[in-house]
Design a protein around this ligand. Structure first.
Ligand SMILES: [Zn+2]
Length: 53
């Protein structure tokens, strides 16, 4: 599964896949510069930026 999180959320992904979503955002390593979403992998975001500790 490599669709962008940014896009999935717009497609009402959360209603059916909340558990999957929680896994993706549990330990975020990247933030989307465009939407502000977070994810554990940069390929899930449309404009990923690495989050520094
Ligand atoms: Zn985005």
């Amino acid at each position: 599964m490599s669709k962008k999180l940014c896009k999935l959320v717009k497609e009402e992904y959360l209603e059916d896949h909340m558990d999957d979503y929680l896994e993706i955002i549990k330990k975020p390593k990247y933030v989307c510069k465009k939407c502000g979403r977070v994810a554990d992998s940069e390929d899930r975001l449309c404009k990923p930026k690495k989050i520094k500790d």
